[in-house]
Design a protein around this ligand. Structure first.
Ligand code: SF4
Ligand code: SF4
Ligand code: SF4
Length: 334
């Protein structure tokens, strides 16, 4: 393990140094909630790495809600600006794990995603105080990262304890060596205790785990179970647009001057036209079928492909749901 301690007073200088070569985004807390903001040395917005995940997810950095993916006959330039994304929580890292499978491992490789992914340095952070909407442990995750990001921060009494996960992360530490001091065992023990306590808090919030072979239960769910699960749904689609693991998109072509542009936008499987094909046939024309597709996709199909769930337990779908439909309750009932 590779630990470095950044004394609290050195954080501003570290942000200034990072900002010389990249845009920096980090969580800022206001009225008990945290949001992602861009670093601006003229504003005094202190990062808050200790809260739970930010209200919005980080998907837009990797896979924008709207983006031009091709131009004819001219070509698009594959270029993205370097970004340092700080304070990312483990549930949002699960989203990146899902995108990496979909856009890099599954063929063909998405070069637009790859370009952005390669240019983003991810600095994650522990969650010492899980909220009652958090259920990362329900789906088998911990309230702290153990990889995927480049560096991880735990806020300890003497400052910020950094753990290195990648070469990119190590390079960042090396470039700013003068700001860090050697991490002593006291800080590492403090981190271990904070993590133990976070797990205990989550255990109290979610006493149950996802059921064994949940993919079979999701696949075999009968019409009545599905109808009861979606009974209160008002089709607002918030659960899909706020989800850090949803990756569906729609392509459309537009004329722009002498060129044709192909535009990619986020799609959502609850839209009535989502699965419609030429001639108007629709295998999921009823809302019950579309509602259950979310469960099939996250807990059955994706699990069958990759052996992990395409749900991170971030709780955004429940928090944003007009009908307060809690995915945990549905999975516990089937
Ligand atoms: S779901 Fe887990 S990882 Fe995500 S914010 Fe809550 S405690 Fe942190
Ligand atoms: S389904 Fe809900 S809890 Fe799971 S990742 Fe998506 S928004 Fe988060
Ligand atoms: S957020 Fe809730 S009400 Fe809206 S579509 Fe999703 S389940 Fe239905």
């Amino acid at each position: 393990m590779n630990f470095f301690l950044l004394p609290s007073n050195n954080l501003n200088q570290l942000l200034k140094n990072f900002s010389k070569g990249a845009k920096i985004f980090y969580p800022f807390s206001e009225n008990g909630k945290s949001h992602i903001i861009e670093y601006n040395p003229e504003h005094n917005f202190e990062p808050d790495f200790s809260k739970i995940r930010t209200a919005q997810n980080i998907k837009n950095f990797f896979f924008p809600a709207r983006g031009i993916v091709a131009r004819f006959p001219a070509k698009i330039e594959l270029r993205s600006n370097p970004i340092v994304l700080m304070g990312v929580k483990n549930c949002d890292l699960r989203g990146i794990e899902v995108y990496d499978r979909v856009f890099l491992k599954w063929q063909p490789v998405d070069h637009i995603y790859k370009e952005r992914r390669d240019n983003i340095i991810i600095i994650s952070a522990d969650c010492p105080e899980p909220h009652d909407t958090c259920f990362c442990n329900f789906v088998g995750l911990k309230p702290y990262p153990e990889g995927i990001s480049d560096l991880n921060i735990t806020v300890v009494k003497s400052g910020y304890l950094f753990e290195v996960f990648s070469e990119k992360g190590q390079n960042l530490i090396d470039e700013n060596k003068g700001l860090f001091i050697e991490a002593e065992s006291e800080s590492i023990n403090e981190r271990n205790n904070l993590r133990k306590s976070a797990i205990e808090k989550l255990e109290n919030i979610n006493k149950k785990r996802i059921k064994e072979k949940v993919y079979e239960l999701v696949e075999k769910a009968d019409k009545r179970t599905i109808r009861e699960a979606r009974d209160e749904c008002v089709e607002c689609f918030s659960c899909l647009h706020c989800c850090p693991t949803c990756y569906c998109f729609l392509l459309s072509d537009y004329k722009k001057g002498d060129d044709i542009e192909r535009v990619r936008v986020w799609d959502a499987c609850y839209y009535a036209a989502y699965a419609r094909v030429g001639g108007g046939a629709n295998p999921r024309s009823r809302i019950d079928e579309r509602f259950w597709n979310r469960f099939q996709c996250k807990f059955n199909y994706f699990y069958q492909y990759e052996k992990f769930f395409a749900c991170s337990g971030c709780g955004r779908c429940f928090v944003g749901c007009s009908a307060k439909i809690d995915i945990r309750e549905i999975l516990n009932k089937i």
